[in-house]
Every structure is written in C-alpha cells, then in structure tokens.
Design a protein around this ligand. Structure first.
Ligand code: AMP
Ligand code: ZN
Length: 498
C-alpha cells in the first residue's frame, strides 16, 4: 500500500509501517485537557497528528482516528496528587465543572476549525468511560498489579516490574525514580512512592465523583487513555501519539496498565511530537509564556509585530520535522508568511495557466525529468517518517520553475502536458490535502471583511445620529491598529497601513 517508515519511540528505531489489519489503521492521540484555552504549543502537536492522519488517508489507509477529551482525572500533579483541573478552574470562574468542560471543548473545536484540522473519527470523553476504567482496575487488582487503600487504588509498579519492564518507553530506571520521589509529601498511602493512582477516593468537597467498588471517587488520568484506546481500537492497535512531554509518566503508565490488564502494550508504534518553544523554553500555560491562537489573529501579543493567519502558523510548523523542537519568533513567522504566499501563488499560476506545451510524441525533456523527480521525491520524503520540511523544500524548487515559466525564462515548449498535470496534482495534494493549508485569501478575509463592514455600518449610523464621539472613536481606534477608514463617494473603505 505504501512504503511508509515511522520512528517508533518504543523501539527507538525507524521501522517500516505494517498495520495489523491493513488497509485499516488504528490511531490514538491524547487529546486536550479542557480546563483552559489551548495554546499555540498544543496546536503544534494537534497539527502534526492532523498531517499524519491526512497522509495515512492519502496513502489509501482507512483510518479510525481516536482523540479523546480529558474532562476528568487530570490532576494538578501528574503523579496522582493535587486537585482536578476542571474542578479548580470551575471554582475560579464560578462555574460548574461541566460548564468548564463544555466551554473549553467548544473553544478547542473552534480553534481546530480555524487551523483546518480534521476532526477525529471518534472523540470519546473520560467522563463517558468511567465504567470501562473501573473494569480495567478490577482486572489489574485481580492480577496482582494494583491494590486499594482508603478508597483509592494504586498501580503496584514493583509487582508489575517482577515480570515486566516499567520504563520500557522512557528508558527510566525505577530505582532512580523511587529515590527521586522519596522526599515528596503525600505518599503515605502508597506501598511505593513510584506507584500511581488508578482511582482516587473523593471527599464530599469534590464535585466530580462516581460510585465504584472502592467507594465514591474519580479515575486517574493515565487510565482513561488505556480504557478508551483499547475500547475503540482493540488491545493491540497501530499507532499511539502525543506530545513528547507525555512520554513519561503518562504513556509509560498507559503501557504498564495495558500490559498488566491485557497482556499487550496497546500500540505497536508510539509517536511523539516535539515541543513548541518560546525563547528556548517549552511553551506552557504554567510557565506563563503561552500565546493563544486568538492572539495570532489580532496580533495582540508582545511577541507579535502584527496579525498572522493560522495558515502561516501551520506552515511554520510544517517547515520543521515534527520530532524536532521549534522556537517561535517574528522572523520565522515573517519568512513563513512569504514562503506560503510564494507556494500558493505558484499553485494558482499552474492551476490556471494555459501553456503552449511540447508535442506529445517528443519524449521527455530534461525539464520534464527534473519536474518529475522533484514531485516523486515528495512522496519518498513523506514515507520517510513524514518529512514535511523536505517536501516543502521541493515545492520551493518547483515554484522557482513555475515562476521561470511564467517569466518566460523557461520556454513552455520544454514542458509536456503530463508535467503540467503533475505539477498541479503535486501542489494540490501536498499543500491542500496533506498539509491542510488553505489559500490565504480564502481563509480569513471573508470573516474579517464582514467584521469590518459591521464597524463601518456602526460608524455610519453614529454619524447620521450626529454621535461624533462614537464615529470618531471607531475611526481612531482602528487607525491605532493600523487600519484606516476612508470615506469615498461609493461608501467607506478600509485600508491596512501595515
Ligand atoms: P494538555 O491539554 O495539556 O493535555 O496538552 C495537549 C497536548 O499538547 C499534549 O499532547 C501535549 O503534549 C501537547 N503540548 C503541550 N505543550 C506543548 C508545547 N509547548 N509544544 C507542543 N505540544 C505541546
Ligand atoms: Zn493520553
């Protein structure tokens, strides 16, 4: 079907991708914890998996793509202590935890639409799978890999370690981990500090709690992904993905839970996308260095010199391999904006051009062969662990050729009709279908134009009512943001001064 090779974090090798039930592929990606707005770092991870999902589909696979919503269980401390993030945010915003979940799930979907990320085929929630999680815990207790204490249940890492390998994914050594955890508080209940929570007893103060064989409580974060991935994809499935920061402890714990419960590690291929950094530091809400997608739309953030289209941001991501770190800065964004425009212009040119091409029986010219190689290599780069950066480099070379054809430096008689068709197909396949990029003008301009028209109409109404304070305010505040309103005889038009 394809000659795809994937870097498998579990084996630390680039391996040929052989699905268990080709042409079906099972893909599980850890979804967002819906207690705050997703920042642009989160979106880098979800964009990477969107590209991976799109390429699998493009390669002819029938993909079941499961990406969960974490709406319970994710505590402020990843080792199973602290408070539920949805609950603590609910207190802050004076809302019900499920209102927090709804608010940020809707917000997340809106951002995915803005970035043209395809929805998963199944989007399960942790709260919708409490029974499955309880069932998994029961099996783990029965097999001797978990124990209950004071209404909570913990995974017994040392018992598991007797015939398995906790640390197989992250390469961590459990004795060192135990030594590192020794000084931390809140360990009294556990047999060993390294044990992690599968179920936590709830106090009456917890709003989100469920009945279980161990009393009222709520599930641990790691467990939900084990329960939901195996429910929808089987005990053994093809690919499990998430950001690099989830490798330990989240994915390590998932593997231990799966192996302990079903005898399988879950996925065969574990994929980890790398972090988006800001000034060399991982972008994260807790570090206070995050940029929200909405801030790119307005340009209203100290890092940004102006507004950037989500497509430009996505193009910037794709110029770096998903497994490399990426530092976001203005220069990178400016270059990405120019680069994306260049490629989209080349696509437009080749799409609409009517060239006087060479005769069909003239054979292939050197130019034809050059174009063919650049186009065919794109597939090889994608098959080599989704190397989008190298595909983009080839598209730039192809756009130089297209510009030379347009400028007359290359005679169209040097081209066959097949080459023109191949160029059209390649630009459409990679830019639109696999990278999910939209031509810049089609993306935001209509929405922005409509918003601008609302402002222009408001100002007109204010002037008619002789409310000059309002009409001047609209004009001056837009001017301060670099947008000038000019009254012309056919009506008011807006000009960007940037
Ligand atoms: P969360 O909502 O915190 O569970 O994170 C959702 C996804 O975003 C996870 O797969 C994280 O690994 C990923 N993520 C978090 N921070 C970053 C970052 N700075 N760059 C890239 N991915 C990130
Ligand atoms: Zn997960």
């Amino acid at each position: 079907m394809s000659d795809l090779h994937i870097y498998n974090s579990l084996t630390r090798l680039k391996e040929k991708f052989v699905p268990i039930h080709a042409p079906n592929v099972g893909l599980y990606v850890c979804g967002p914890t819906v207690y705050s707005d997703a920042h642009i770092g989160n979106i880098r991870t979800f964009s990477s998996f969107d590209m991976i999902h799109r390429y699998l589909v493009h390669s002819g696979y029938k993909v079941r793509y499961v990406r969960n919503i974490t709406d319970a269980g994710h505590l402020t401390n990843e080792r199973g202590e602290g408070v539920n993030r949805m609950e603590s945010q609910a207190k802050l915003e004076s809302l019900e935890p499920m209102e927090i979940v709804q608010k940020y799930t809707v917000g997340f979907h809106a951002i995915c639409d803005l970035f043209n990320l395809n929805p998963p085929t199944i989007e399960p929630t942790a709260t919708g799978h409490i029974l499955e999680q309880i069932e998994m815990i029961e099996v783990l207790i029965q097999k001797g890999y978990a124990y209950s204490v004071n209404g909570s249940v913990y995974f017994d890492v040392k018992a598991y370690q007797e015939n398995h390998n906790y640390g197989i994914l992250s390469g961590r050594n459990i004795d060192e981990l135990i030594a590192g955890y020794r000084d931390l508080d809140g360990q009294e209940e556990k047999k060993n500090s390294i044990d992690f929570a599968l179920w936590k007893a709830a106090t009456p103060a917890h709003i989100m709690q469920w009945r279980s064989p161990w009393g009222m409580g709520f599930p641990g974060w790691h467990l939900e992904c084990s329960a939901m991935s195996t429910k929808y994809l089987g005990n053994e499935f093809d690919i499990h993905g998430g950001g690099m920061d989830l490798k330990f402890p989240h994915h390590e714990c998932e593997i231990a839970q799966n192996e302990g419960c079903t005898g399988h590690q879950g996925a065969r291929y574990w994929m980890h996308t790398n972090m988006l950094n800001f000034n060399g530091q991982k972008m994260s809400k807790s570090l206070g260095n995050s940029i929200l997608p909405a801030e790119f739309l307005t340009g209203n953030h100290p890092l940004l010199d102006k507004a950037y289209s989500p497509m430009v941001v996505k193009f910037l991501f794709l110029q770096t391999h998903y497994s490399s770190e990426l530092d976001i800065n203005i220069k990178g964004l400016q270059d990405a904006e120019k680069g994306l425009k260049r490629l989209m212009d080349a696509r437009k040119e080749i799409l609409h051009a009517k060239y006087d091409v060479q005769n069909t029986n003239d054979g292939k010219s050197e130019m034809d062969m050059q174009i063919e190689k650049l186009c065919i290599d794109c597939k090889e780069f994608m098959d080599d662990d989704f190397n989008t950066a190298r595909v983009i480099a080839n598209l730039f070379e192809l756009s130089t050729i297209i510009n030379s054809i347009k400028g007359g430096q290359i005679n169209t008689k040097e081209l066959s009709g097949e080459s023109v068709a191949l160029l059209r197909k390649t630009f459409d396949a990679y830019l639109l279908h696999i990278f999910g990029l939209q031509p810049l003008e089609e993306n935001n301009s209509t929405a922005l134009d409509q918003v601008m028209q609302v402002l222009i109409d408001l100002r007109k109404d204010a002037k008619v009512k002789k409310d000059f304070a309002t009409s001047d305010k609209i004009r001056n505040e837009l001017a301060a943001k670099g947008i000038q309103l000019k009254d012309e005889k056919d009506g008011t038009v807006s000009y960007s001064m940037n």
